[in-house]
Ligand binder design. Structure first.
Ligand SMILES: [Zn+2]
Length: 551
């Protein structure tokens, strides 16, 4: 009989040791799931299996390649010797001990084992999609239909309810529009058979600046929600918008959803992050502690919504959307378009037009003009299980958990004592790529942005003075004809050992040809000089448009 050790809430290393020394044990070390070191404590948590047993976390984590069994009679000290001296296991990090208490227990303690609850299998996902607004899912539904054909389980997270913008279907605006759009998004995905859909508390924010979106979303709160949903859905793969600033649709919220998903990818496996989510219940009807387990997803892929596509080519897999689904006998793109029909508030006029067409007309228009027939391209963010860059999304993915993997941060570049560089979202993204080990993530050089003309371009700068005395810095801008510096040029003092934020504002003219929707991007340069020398240059490619989101 396998008996639980008093279903023991044994948290402390010493308690565990005592428990172990008192008994004959049957110990197995499994390759399986991912728990990592937790502050030197030996933490024992219930895990889902047919028989009850305890999972224990070693104070000094290690990983093994095969299952090792230590039979009855092992004492704790012997066991440690075995583990730490006996094999090459120590070369690896982050593993799991599963302790079976297989000895017949003394009569007084003998009792029938009651099963502890498992994680809910209904919410286990293979793919977790993270986007910003209702209808954003259409950026990836043609691929999702293929994945559903391959029996993948798909869950979707929307960071906002999409409560801004115009309403094509009714009078509702603001929060009420968000309520309507939540249902539209749920209906769109239900058309494809995807019912595990969540909304974070982020607020639809009309901006191109990812930092403004994150600020308006209450970044910390939405991240906590995002990490919780990764732990709940335990995805193999996360698919999300590419976190970067490009000329394109380039909504700050789209970027922010990619940032949040990347952060959650790197944090959800760490038991020290939002630990209340991975704490076991302390009460019968536990109201606060979530009893989730840490989860490390295996891969993260991005889909860009930039105009230019050249810099993303070959950075990840591509999928045709013209194959016919086994589920519906329709091409993938057609199923995605069918799902999109739920988005009346955003596209009623377009959908009404389609409703008047026959099948051949729909195919002609949708595939030639509207891009529904285009291949789906992904950019590999990172894989913790190997596989090739442009190989299938599920290449090298096998069932079961993997250990938590701390991202390999790239160190900050060395800078001269006196320097100036582009700030705002651009410097954030440089930090972001370094912090999350995304050195291969494509980004435009020089950075680029599309803005409405007439209007204002703000160029944020960091001016760093690590010298021991105050420095005079002169900022000047080189601009295309007809563009003027409105503010921020001239001479400034930066105190000793200080980093100062500066801002150069450029007035943008109207589009030269009123009938055009946009112009060719032009280059803007801001130069910072001190002591007669250039200490930094910020370059931007700027495209003027008739309409664009605020910077
Ligand atoms: Zn959107």
């Amino acid at each position: 009989m396998v008996a639980p050790a008093t279903s023991a809430n044994v948290d402390a290393y010493d308690d565990f040791r005592k428990l172990w020394q008192d008994r004959d044990l049957d110990l197995r070390i499994l390759k399986e799931p991912g728990y990592a070191k937790l502050n030197g404590l030996l933490r024992i948590v219930p895990a889902p299996k047919e028989t009850e047993y305890l999972q224990a976390l070693m104070a000094h984590p290690f990983k093994i390649g095969t299952t090792v069994e230590v039979r009855q009679g092992q004492k704790f000290a012997d066991l440690l010797k075995f583990i730490f001296k006996g094999s090459p296991m120590l070369r690896f990090a982050g593993a799991l001990l599963t302790v079976f208490l297989a000895t017949p227990v003394p009569q007084a303690m003998a009792q029938e084992g009651k099963p502890l609850p498992h994680s809910d299998e209904r919410y286990k996902a293979d793919i977790l999609v993270v986007v910003a607004h209702p209808d954003d899912e259409a950026a990836v539904t043609p691929y999702l239909v293929r994945a559903l054909d391959e029996h993948r389980r798909v869950a979707v997270v929307f960071a906002t309810r999409g409560s801004s913008g115009s309403n094509e279907a009714g009078a509702e605006q603001a929060a009420a529009l968000g309520d309507v759009r939540e249902i539209e998004a749920r209906n769109a995905l239900a058309t494809l058979g995807i019912n595990t859909v969540w909304f974070l508390s982020g607020k639809d924010t009309a901006t191109q600046d990812v930092l403004v979106s994150l600020a308006n979303w209450d970044h910390g709160e939405t991240l906590e929600q995002m990490v919780r949903l990764v732990r709940l859905t335990r995805p193999e793969v996360i698919l999300t918008f590419l976190p970067g600033a490009f000329i394109g649709e380039d909504h700050g919220d789209h970027q922010a959803s990619g940032v949040l998903a990347t952060e959650a990818f790197d944090l959800a496996g760490n038991p020290a992050v939002f630990p209340e989510q991975v704490a076991g219940p302390m009460k019968r009807l536990e109201p606060f502690l979530a009893d989730l387990r840490p989860w490390q997803a295996k891969k993260i892929y991005y889909f860009p919504d930039a105009d230019r596509e050249d810099i993303f080519r070959g950075k990840g897999p591509s999928y045709s959307v013209k194959e016919v689904s086994r589920l519906s006998n329709k091409p993938y793109w057609r199923m995605a378009l069918d799902a999109f029909r739920a988005h009346q508030t955003q596209a009623k006029s377009y959908l009404d037009k389609i409703a008047q067409m026959d099948e051949a007309q729909i195919e002609r228009m949708a595939t030639s003009e509207d891009g529904w027939g285009e291949d789906q391209h992904f950019v590999l963010g990172k894989s913790l299980v190997g596989g090739s860059v442009s190989g299938d999304i599920f290449e090298e993915i096998t069932p079961g958990a993997i250990p938590y993997a701390r991202p390999e941060a790239v160190p900050e570049p060395a800078r001269p004592e006196l320097s100036a560089e582009l700030g705002g979202p651009w410097s954030f993204y440089a930090e972001f790529r370094r912090a999350h080990g995304l050195g291969n993530l494509p980004h435009p050089e020089p950075p680029e942005i599309a803005l409405e003309g007439p209007g204002t371009l703000v160029i944020p700068l960091w001016v760093r003075n690590q010298t021991a005395k105050a420095q005079e810095v002169t900022l000047s801008a080189t601009l295309p004809a007809g563009w003027t510096t409105a503010n921020g040029s001239g001479r400034f003092t930066v105190a000793a050992r200080r980093t100062a934020a500066a801002r150069v504002e450029v007035s943008l003219p109207a589009l030269p040809d009123k009938t055009e929707k946009k112009t060719v991007a032009q280059e803007v340069t801001v130069r910072a000089e001190a002591n007669g020398q250039v200490i930094g240059e910020a370059k931007l490619r700027v495209e003027l448009r008739k309409r664009a989101l605020p910077e």
